[in-house]
Design a protein around this ligand. Structure first.
Ligand code: HEM
Length: 215
């Protein structure tokens, strides 16, 4: 008997828009940021500074909408960490999936993240993004703060701000590399990416019941 994949609706329209816009902005901010850092040369220094600034404002606006969306639709609950199946999920990524084993956790619209994703995305939201955004804003308003004689400037030296910002940038890039690799570990190599484009994901087929096997 042939087993066909089931399709379930996982990602809502705003979620998909937010995901791809955030990905594009982070990649663009990495390109322009590392040009400011003098590691790469694409747009020219002045343009890179200008583009970095515009993209960072866009990211902040997007993040405000995303925070509102997570709170308004209770989507933040998807990220509450759990130890249930965490070890099984790690074992699956380290070993099981190469042997074609079944995913240890089932994906549904109400539980779109497995226990490992919950932990990593929570770190992304509560650690990586805040580090890069807060250090970026301190970097941006460094001179204004200085001119206004606000104490902050004496506590955070610009070199330290730049260091934290670059550290945050490296963490985001590391996240991106692992994240893109992980997208290939779904029901098929492309099923996760397709889901984030269309909203619908192919999930593992349900095993046939005894009745169905007899037919
Ligand atoms: C809201 C988010 C962000 C803000 C407000 C921000 C702001 C800034 C500012 C003000 C600078 C100094 C250059 C300038 O005057 O334009 C800078 C540099 C830089 N940014 Fe961002 N940025 C943000 C997000 C990002 C992201 C997501 C990345 C990478 C993934 C990134 C990577 C960098 C790098 C590598 C530098 C150069 C650091 C240095 O060498 O001093 N930034 N950013």
């Amino acid at each position: 008997m042939m087993m066909t994949a089931n399709k379930i609706y996982i990602y809502k329209r705003f979620e998909r828009f937010w995901h791809w816009t955030q990905a594009a902005l982070i990649i663009f901010l990495a390109l322009t940021g590392f040009e400011v850092h003098d590691s790469i040369h694409i747009f020219g220094f002045q343009k890179a500074v200008e583009f970095h600034r515009i993209a960072s404002y866009s990211l902040i606006v997007l993040l405000i909408f995303a925070i509102f969306w997570h709170l308004a639709f209770d989507a933040w609950k998807q990220y509450i960490p759990t130890r249930k199946n965490l070890l099984a999920q790690i074992k699956f990524y380290a070993n099981g999936m190469f042997k074609g084993e079944k995913h240890p956790t089932e994906k549904t619209a109400l539980q779109k993240l497995n226990p490992l994703q919950r932990l990593i995305y929570l770190g992304f939201k509560l650690l990586m993004i805040p580090i890069v955004v807060i250090s970026g804003l301190l970097y941006m308003f460094d001179k204004t703060i200085d001119a206004n004689q606000v104490v902050v400037i004496s506590k955070f030296r610009l070199e330290n701000i730049a260091l934290w910002h670059t550290f945050g940038a490296f963490m985001l890039i590391a996240f991106l590399v692992v994240h893109v690799y992980m997208t290939t570990t779904g029901h098929s190599y492309t099923s996760n990416i397709k889901a984030m484009i269309t909203g619908y994901e192919d999930v593992e087929p349900e095993l046939p019941t005894d009745e169905e096997t007899k037919q």
